[in-house]
Structures are given as structure tokens and as C-alpha cells.
Design a protein around this ligand. Sequence first.
Ligand code: CU
Length: 186
Amino acid sequence: MTSAPRLAIAAATAIALAAVATPALAGPTPSPLRVGAPTSLGGASGAYTYDATQLPEGAQVSVGVTYPASGKTIVTLDVKGALPLRDYGAHAHSAPCGASSVDAGGHFQYNPFAIGGTSTDPVYANPSNEVWLDLETDAEGNGSAQSVVAWQPGARRPMSIMIHATHTATAAGTAGTRLGCISVPF
Ligand SMILES: [Cu+2]
């Protein structure tokens, strides 16, 4: 897999990582609230496109993470300026993004797959144990997704959101080529 040049977030051609607070939800006031990294992180913000033909430079990607008092985790993903009218897959991954798409590691799993098992075992690779954020873009290339899971990460935490070329296959949790990545301080 070829690696793409790192994107400078503060530059006009960047995938911009923006902090987006999750809109107010019904029920108790979310607390505490944690959101993605601020926009003004420059080259250290850790956002990449690995295939500019499928996820163009200049697309904007925003991630919001909320930890409501209920003990759940709410993750939102907003993409602007991607290809119009197409599906993307996305998940929380276990390591920060890097120049290579493999740097972000595998999917973050709250209950990690057993030693000797496989990461794609549906017992572990499912949208209750992982954070899945598949989306479809509109005619402008904009789309969004939200995942709500019943747990909050502890010492072992997600480190990034990876955007993939296809929607996630529910049988195995896989979603095609890795197109872009945003490091997120969960
Ligand atoms: Cu993924």
C-alpha cells in the first residue's frame, strides 16, 4: 500500500480535524465532555489521506467524542468535501495515524479478541464492541455518522478514526482499503 504525503492541517489543502461538540441529546446533560483535537494543530495534528482519488485532499473531517453520565460513549463523524454520493466505512482504531495506513493498527475493541483468535471474529468485531461510523455522502460530498456504545474506554483507548473505501461488512467488520485517518484524543 502506498503512503500519501502528510497533510498540513492548517493549510488550505488539508483534511482539517475540527473539534465538534456533539449536539445536545435528549436526556441528561452529557458530562464530562471530550472532543477531538482543535483545528489549529498544524502539521502535528495527524490527519492523512492515503488515496486522494477516493478521499480528496481538502476534505474536512470532524470527530466529536462525548462521555455522558450514563456510561456510554457517543462518537460523531462529519465529512465534508469527499466524493459525492458514495459510501465510506469508518471505525475507531487502536493506534494514532501515521504516514502509512497500517500505522493506526486494527479496530479498537472494548473487549479485545482472545489470544489465538482473530480480530475479525464477529464476537468481537461488531458495532457494540467497536466504534463503527459508516456514512454516505450527499451530492456535495458531505456525510455524517454517529455511533453510541454502552461502554467508555479505560486505560486502553481508541487513538484514531480510519475512513475506508466501503461500508463495513457486518460479518467480519472489514471495510476495504484504508483511505484516510484522523488521530483523535479519545
Ligand atoms: Cu477501520
